[in-house]
Design a protein around this ligand. Structure first.
Ligand SMILES: *[C@@H]1O[C@H](CO)[C@@H](O)[C@H](O)[C@H]1NC(C)=O
Length: 707
């Protein structure tokens, strides 16, 4: 009994750590010592070598060794297997077969072998209990080498994942005591006692997983028993983090700024926006779109939902909109989005020509407008901007106008010099507005400016002076001359009236001679002129225009009266008296060429009309006398003889040279009292008076013959 109790006392040295199953033994031990003889208990560790002593039953049962022999002591077990043998000679129990507690009892504890020692003569039965004590001969073992988990990164802390249990065939301290998990950064362990008394172990997520940071976690679960030395077993835990759509797409830039030429055709690439998503698979598949807040820009641009390429999809007109702001969104399949902005600055293209607007236009302007007179005000616009919208205005050269900028985009066209309607009555002023784009655009505008007349020109006669020739004996009212003046002005300013200036001619008013037709400028004779009275005179004609005030000019007109052969020569000598004819005496001794007398005649006409010639028309003896054709001298042609008649009668014709010879004059020698004559031949042969020895000259009769 002492061995038994010693054993228990040893175990009880650290009583506070004694688990409950041992306490039962202690209670049993007390019981064993209290029970009657014939029953004994032993404890031995498992796996003792064969022959090892289990206990001395002679002592413990208080038997004599001889009695063992005599009583043919032997062991009786109910099952056939005998782990313990009896040494009858020594009265001891020894290990007969290897005892594996785990094989014998598995997890049942305490594990005992029960058998009887049977003695005969007399028969005794002694019950022996041998408790097989566990030794730590098994390590905890996991059935699998590795556990694999796929855990979403969206799993929240506190999520539990059950792990494999380890198994340790030992019992008590020697069996599984605890687990550890390493590394401890994301998971912790939780052990739980199941209803079956087994420990279950779980892995609890402590800290969210981030696939994007670490996609796989490798842990080691270690199971420890409580034996000494301690044994352990491990299992690998692999945690594959499954992507959750925990990352929104992120655009590469918060704002994309691009410049784009206006009028870029449809399809022109603008910019490519890109976003990235740290997630995986569909969670990282992005679609690009415009957000509705982009407004009207939505119609003008297109975005490829796959590539993020933004292209032109409408007409971009810098003049309407200079920049656009597009809001783009990138959305992953999980619905997470990011947004960014695309700011598109349009670049102006010179696609607009300048526009010239006429604000005011003074048309016509009078020709006397002073230089710098404003004719027109213009506004010039160009819808483009920058150099493309900077406009210069000019006027076609060689025009008396200039263009000046009066204010930004405002121009005035003014006269640059004096104008003269009479030189140029209309101008086409072409104004050119050209912008500074490259290539540039230009616009022309033509103003047709009329110059209105001012009465700045006096009428001008065609000649500086006029001479009119008028035949004397004219009929009153006959037209003498037409004067014409011109006036460079227009309209009333050029409407000319003609007037006779009231000056004195030969002491009387000019109007008694001449009148002027106010409209036609025709000069008329008021009376019949007599050359022999007035050979010429001057008048002044005024031409006056209809301007207000009127302008006028004068011209002098010399009226020259032309002689007509309206006077017959007049014979001054010999004096013609009605009664007698002067007789000339010619001495008988007169030589040839003797100047008998000279017929002297005058003609009040002039020129040819007064150029007289003398001819002998009739003579008593034509051979005796001759008359000087030009001088009218009557001379003898031959010696006078006694045979010649005493009286010689001569008729001399004095004739002027008027042409046509409208007049002819005869000179006749008449006898008293009267000498007839006729118009045609001037035959006055019956009219001679008696002459004594001398010639008589005869009265000149003027004969008028109208041819
Ligand atoms: C002005 O232009 C018009 C129309 O082309 C033309 O008929 C006219 O003769 C021009 N005038 C001048 C003064 O050039």
């Amino acid at each position: 009994m002492s061995v038994l109790c010693y054993f228990y006392a040893q175990r009880g040295a650290s009583l506070t750590r004694i688990p409950s199953w041992l306490m039962q033994h202690l209670v049993l031990c007390a019981f064993v010592m209290a029970v009657a003889r014939g029953q004994v208990r032993y404890s031995i560790p498992e796996e003792m070598t064969k022959g090892s002593l289990v206990g001395n039953i002679v002592q413990d049962l208080g038997l004599d060794v001889k009695r063992l022999k005599s009583g043919r002591a032997r062991i009786f077990t109910e099952d056939s297997r005998e782990y313990i043998g009896l040494n009858v000679d020594k009265g001891t129990l020894v290990v007969k077969e290897r005892i594996d507690r785990e094989e014998l009892c598995a997890q049942v504890s305490p594990c005992s072998l029960h058998f009887q020692i049977i003695l005969e003569n007399p028969m005794e039965l002694h019950r022996i209990d041998v408790e097989i004590l566990d030794i730590n001969d098994n390590a905890p073992v996991f059935t699998r080498r590795e556990i694999q988990f796929q855990i979403s990164e969206s799993a929240t802390p506190g999520a539990k994942f059950s792990l494999d249990n380890a198994h340790d065939s030992d019992v008590g301290f020697n069996t599984l005591q605890k687990y550890t998990l390493y590394p401890p950064d994301h998971f912790s362990l939780k052990e739980q006692m199941g209803n079956d008394g087994l420990k279950y172990v779980e892995m609890v997520l402590q800290k969210t997983l981030d696939r994007e940071n670490q996609e796989e976690h490798k842990l080691i679960l270690t199971a420890f028993d409580g034996g000494s030395p301690q044994k352990s077993g491990t299992i690998k835990i692999s945690v594959l983090v499954i992507d959750a759509n925990d990352n929104a797409p992120v655009f590469s830039l918060p704002v994309y700024r691009v410049s784009l030429l206006e009028n870029s055709p449809k399809g022109t690439g603008v910019v490519s926006v890109t976003a990235t998503d740290k997630d995986k698979g569909t969670n990282a598949e992005l679609r690009y779109s415009f957000s509705q807040t982009s407004g009207k820009a939505l119609d003008l641009f297109n975005i490829d939902s796959e590539s993020g390429d933004i292209t032109v999809n409408g007409d971009l007109d810098f003049e309407r909109t200079k920049h656009f702001q597009l809001h783009v969104e990138a959305t992953d399949k999980g619905g997470l989005t990011d947004s960014s902005k695309v700011i598109i600055e349009l670049i102006d293209v010179n696609d607009n020509a300048p526009i010239i607007s006429l604000i005011s236009f003074s048309n016509p302007i009078p020709e006397d407008a002073a230089p710098e007179t404003v004719i027109a005000m213009l506004n010039v616009k160009d819808m483009d901007s920058g150099r493309n919208g900077q406009v210069k205005c000019s006027i076609a050269p060689n025009l008396p106008f200039k263009i000046q900028s009066s204010a930004l985009n405002f121009y005035s066209v003014t006269t640059d010099q004096l104008l003269d309607r009479e030189k140029m009555s209309e101008y086409n002023i072409t104004i050119t507005a050209i912008d500074e784009g490259s290539p540039s655009f230009s616009t022309n505008k033509t103003l047709t400016l009329k110059i209105s007349d001012v009465n700045d020109n006096a009428p001008m006669f065609q000649r500086q002076s006029y001479t009119a020739y008028v035949m004397e004996n004219n009929l009153p009212g006959v037209s003498v001359l037409s004067v014409t003046a011109h006036d460079k002005d227009a309209g009333n300013n050029a409407r000319i009236s003609y007037f006779l200036e009231d000056i004195l001619v030969n002491g009387v008013s000019a109007s008694t001679f001449i009148s002027v037709n106010a409209e036609s400028g025709e000069i008329l004779a008021v009376r019949s002129f007599d050359y022999e009275q007035t050979k010429e005179f001057n008048i002044r004609v005024k031409a006056q225009d209809g301007g207000n005030p009127p302008l006028s000019s004068n011209v002098s007109v010399k009226i020259t009266i032309q002689d007509q052969n309206d006077n017959a020569p007049q014979v001054l000598y010999p004096v013609q008296s009605g009664a007698s004819v002067v007789a000339e005496i010619v001495p008988r001794s007169a030589d040839v060429g003797y100047l008998v007398t000279k017929v002297v005649a005058v003609d009040v006409d002039s020129g040819q009309n007064a150029w007289l010639s003398y001819k002998l028309q009739k003579a008593t003896d034509r051979a005796l006398f001759e008359v000087g054709l030009q001088n009218g001298e009557i001379r003898t042609v031959r010696q006078v003889t006694d045979k010649d008649a005493v009286k010689q009668r001569l008729t001399v014709v004095v004739e002027d040279n008027g042409k046509p010879s409208q007049f002819r004059f005869s000179l006749s020698c008449l006898s008293s009292p009267y000498c007839q004559s006729n118009a045609t031949d001037g035959d006055a042969s019956g009219c001679f008076t008696n002459l004594e020895r001398i010639f008589q000259l005869f009265r000149i009769i003027r004969l008028f013959t109208q041819t």
